[in-house]
Design a protein around this ligand. Sequence first.
Ligand SMILES: [Zn+2]
Length: 240
Amino acid sequence: MSRQISSLLAIAAVCVTLAPAPAFAQAPKKTPVDCEQVKCIALTFDDGPGQYAGTLLDTLKKYHAKATFFLEGQYVKSRPAYVKRMAAEGHELGNHSYSHPDFTKSEAGTIRNEIKKTQDAVKKAAGVEPKLLRPPYGLADLQVSDIAAEFGMPMILWTAGSEDWSSKNVQAIQKKTLEVAKPNGIILMHDWVKQTVDGMPALIKTLQNKGYHLVTVSDIIKDENLEPGDVFPRPAGWEN
Ligand SMILES: [Zn+2]
C-alpha cells in the first residue's frame, strides 16, 4: 500500500454528553442490498450514542432503514443499551474515538488508547467490534492511518454533511441533506441533535420516495476493496 499525504483531511463535526443503561446484543441479520443495482445512501450518526438515539432507532425501525453509528467510547460506556439495540437491529457500529481528541495533534499512544478503549466498550455493550474508524473531526494524517491499519480498520469520512450541528433546524437539515444526497453518498449527521431526530421520519420518507435504499456504510463500500488504513472517500491530496 503506497501512500502520500498532503496535509490534513478536513471538515468539521462536534460533540456532546449524557446518561446510562444496561446491555448485551447479537449480530444483525441483514437483507442483502446490491448498491450496484439499486440506489443506496448511508446516513451516519457521529459522537453517540446521543441522547435521542432511542427515538432515532424507533424511526429507523419503522421505515426499515439501516444506519451507521460512529460511536464515541465514553457514551458507549454511559448508554450501552442503545449500542446493544443498534447492533441487534442491523445497524453498523463504527469507532469514533473515546473522547473525541484531534488525532492529528495526539501522540501515537493516545490514539491507540482512544481506539482500543472504544473497541472494548462496544464489544462489551453489543458483542461486536467496529470494523470502521471515523477519526474525530474527520482529521487524519499518516500516523493516524498507520494506527488505523494496526487495528485493521479503514477510515471512513463522508461525501457530504447535513450541517445539523450548525443549523439545528429541522427544515434546514432536511433541505441540506436532500441537496447533497446522491447514490452511494455517505451523509454526516448527529444523533445528539434533537432536530435531526425530529425531522428523520419525513426525511427518510422523502429519500425512499426518491428511490433510495438506506443502507450501512459497509454496504456502500463493499466493492471499494479498502485496506486497513485507507481513507474513503479519499480527500484531495491523499493516496491510499
Ligand atoms: Zn465527531
